[in-house]
Design a protein around this ligand. Sequence first.
Ligand code: HEC
Length: 430
Amino acid sequence: MAPPGTPQALSPDTFLVLRFLLTASLLFCLPLLGIVIAGSAASLILNVSGRENRDDRSLRLSRESIEAVTGNRWVLLLFGILPYPAIVYSCQRILGGQSPLPAFAWVVPFGALLAGCLLLSLYRSAIQKTAELPPAPFRAGAAGLLAMVSAAGLLFLLLGALVNPAKLPLIRSNLVFLLSWNSLVGFLLFLALSFGLTGGIILRFLARANAKAGGRDPDYETRVRAAGTTLSLIGALAVPALVVLDLISLPATGMSTEVFIMAASVPILALAVFALLCLLPGKEESRPGDRVSALFVLMFLAVILCYQTAVANAFQGISAPPGPLAAETVSKEGKAAGKTASGDAAALEKGKKVFDTVCSVCHRFDAKVVGPPLNEVVPKYKGDVAKLKTFIGNPVKVNPAYPAMPKPAIKEDEVDAVARYLLSKVKTGK
Ligand code: HEC
């Protein structure tokens, strides 16, 4: 039997549908969540500085920002919050139905999301009445922002588990293993994209300010242009760097040429944002809001597609052969073959099956996954089957650079077969 928590085999069709569901819901949910976070952060900051400097234009921009990002309650609910259960459902199914993560790990972000929306809408209705906010609604806004940021952070931890299925057994034993560089970088990337997109949305106020006949206020426009351009440029600077870090921190099993090409399109889009904001002539009159927003939406798209391809790659080895059924055939065949031959082709075949089913979740021969590359560690055993079997049957802590290996749930004869298989594959310790 596969150890508990190992992802179960899904049929390729189901897997494809689930991936599609996940991608579609992320595409709706993440950009909306992102602009709510970045827009309310900008609004809160402008509100403080506006009140301190008695600056009406900052206060106006503060109000318009929160109005723009929480603009339509129904859009927010429909596309920002309702996709969340779909994300949870597809993640849980992809991770293997036997709930590898406890239910509360999914409920907490959802609660935080709802609370954040509620608090931010309190803040919004208060600021619409008077820009000179009393402290209570301001605190509600800050708390709402905090709730949203934590919800997004948790969501990214959970999404990170999907690109590294090898860690699932470890995560089950201790939730600390959810923490990974890849989730952290992914979260920062999400924030950078969100601030960039919000910059684009703020720049769109320019067109609106002009459209209101007679209501043109050049000072306000300058303020809008400065705020929007700063946010978008920060986004356009940070995003490419974070995409590179994201690729570096991606587990080797998630990487592929497609992932790389999609990731490479992001810096190009960021460059286009630069060109729009800094190089184009007629900067004073230009209204780049729509185009900058569109470019950031495209970057979101590229990053999310990149993520889902990485998930598909990471699961490639897993969704095809294994599952408890495969393991059972292994032990049945083992009983048939084991008596007549030990060390011959049939036994090695059996060892390979055990390896592909159980160990490959954490081990490759030539690369580090969760466990060390076997080409590096197996030679230590110098062909000593008994010694290697002892370790596999009852793993002990060896290398402080790795977490402890959990005891695999396999039978005595399977331990024997896989030990022989490893020694046959890594003979001279090259
Ligand atoms: C849940 C992940 C996981 C699974 C599944 C797993 N291992 Fe490991 N393995 C590890 C980790 C982590 C280490 C490093 C342990 C240490 O250094 O303390 C390790 C270390 C090893 C080592 C090196 C021991 C040494 O002396 O340095 C061998 C050999 C090994 N595993 C074989 C196997 C075999 C065979 C299987 C399948 C039956 C298997 N592992 C399944 C995670 C796993």
